[in-house]
Design a protein around this ligand. Sequence first.
Ligand code: ADP
Length: 592
Amino acid sequence: MKNIIVIICISVLCMFIYILLLYTQTIDALLLSKGDFAYVWVAFLLFVISYIVVIWVIIKNKQKNDREIEARVTARTNELNLLNENLRLELEEQKLAQAAFHQSEEQYRLTLDNMLEGCQIISHDWRYLYVNKAVAKHGRKSKNEILGRTMSEVFPGIEHSNVYAIIERCMKEKTNEHMLNEFEYENGSKAWFELSIQTVPEGVFILSYEITERKMIEAALRESEERYRFLFEHNPAPMLIYASQSLHILAVNEAFLKSYGYSEDEILAMFLFDLYPPDEKQPISDLAHNLQGHAYAGEWHHIKKDGSIINIIAISHDLVYKEQKARIAVITDITARIKAEEEIQQLNSTLEDRVAERTDQLVAINKELESFSYSISHDLRAPLRAIFGFSQILARRHRASLNEEGQQYMDFIVEASKRMEQLINDLLNYSRLGRKSLDLKPIALASIMKNIQVDFKQKIEEIDGNLLIDNDLPEILGDETLLRQIFTNLVENAITYRRTDVPLVIHISNEHVTDGYLLRIADNGIGISHEYWEKIFNIFQRLHNEEQYPGTGIGLATVRKAVGLQNGTVWVESVVGQGSTFFINFPEKNKN
Ligand code: ADP
């Protein structure tokens, strides 16, 4: 179109130039010799020129246009390439983003699935759209049993519960809720959950966390706290709680108020040291600041409201009271005990005097009795000897003139006077002990035992027994006569109270113990029942009658007295039917 306009314009211009040349007769002038066709040639030439010009212009134009188009095409192509590249990059980015999105979605799903908290999405028509492992565990169902089903299908009856109503309200009103829910399982057991209900486009998202254990701990704590509070408030002993730092009294129990006479307001305005007399205020404050753990704070004085001072023992230990470090103290009023102790002490001191006085009296009476029994036994000896002597003469000379009954009586008299003589001798022997001064000197027990062995040789052989005496017997500070009496008595008893079914074995041994020597005289005789272990050392105490085992009941009393006079002790241990062991302990100071 542009080219056509140019051609028309150039044609018009040529026409105009031709007409101008005609008008100005320039052509005539120029072409006088050329004839009439000259105008045609000029016109033709002009046309040719003009067309050449036009074609040249057109070509130039076209070339220019082509260049422009080419430039624009190149620019556009570049632009498109750029766009293409951007698009490709964008696409790649999108792909990467999508992959990352899928990966992170998978990660989130995995994280959600393995979360301790239960995560669930419930649709508007109450179906479970998503549940994680924790929800399945909390519900005691598998995920398959839950997913796709409605809440009431999975947990029948839940539609009547409070939690159901709350979820329903959240769905309707598009609100969020946080609540604690006690869930009852089909078997009747219960569990506690903390629930966060949030509305989401699909319905509701519920985040649940099981707090049964926490609830149980809380309940146990509450219970123990209540028990503790009860114990504190109803404890019959006065109790108080004070702040460890300020020593401010924080609480007291009923017993405290009753015993001290303060009102609760008065005592709660006081400090621990206010309860103490002036000289104890500083020491108790210093101590209370340093006390830790369970501590016995010793004996102190407290002032009651009426001003009276009491003796107390306080036992305290740490505790946290209303979120501050404190100590609880149990107070025992020991005023009465101390008073009683003082009285006892006073009584004791007079008692000691009285006991000493009484002991003196008893010693005197004993001495008196001993000399009395000594003189009786001594005085009895002469008439008894006369009875014994004459009854023997009578029996010897006049036995034939007596009938059988008379002869029997005669035997009884002789026998009885023999026993009487033995009894009087034993009694005299017992009374004599301690009357004459002791002749204490180092005595080798081995030499005493040699005599014993000689004394009893025949008797032991007769009964087919065995008297074993160890070689390591000590040397002690003692009285030879007394020691002989002791061992003679014990060996004699072992022979008397032997068993008939086994050969008698007497074993005398020694052990060096911390407080001296422990001599053992053991036999395998009839034994002594435990209840008599102590009694048999009393005078005249016998466990058998004369027919069974002859004796006077003075032997062991003599042994104990003789051992005692040499600062020793004697006792027995025995098993009935198996034998007895007499122990004699001579203290170390008796050692030579
Ligand atoms: P007596 O032997 O004269 O009766 P004792 O004072 O010597 O008096 O003994 C008191 C009692 O202790 C005896 O009657 C006897 O029952 C018991 N007795 C003493 N020694 C032994 C012993 N070795 N085995 C068993 N019983 C014994």
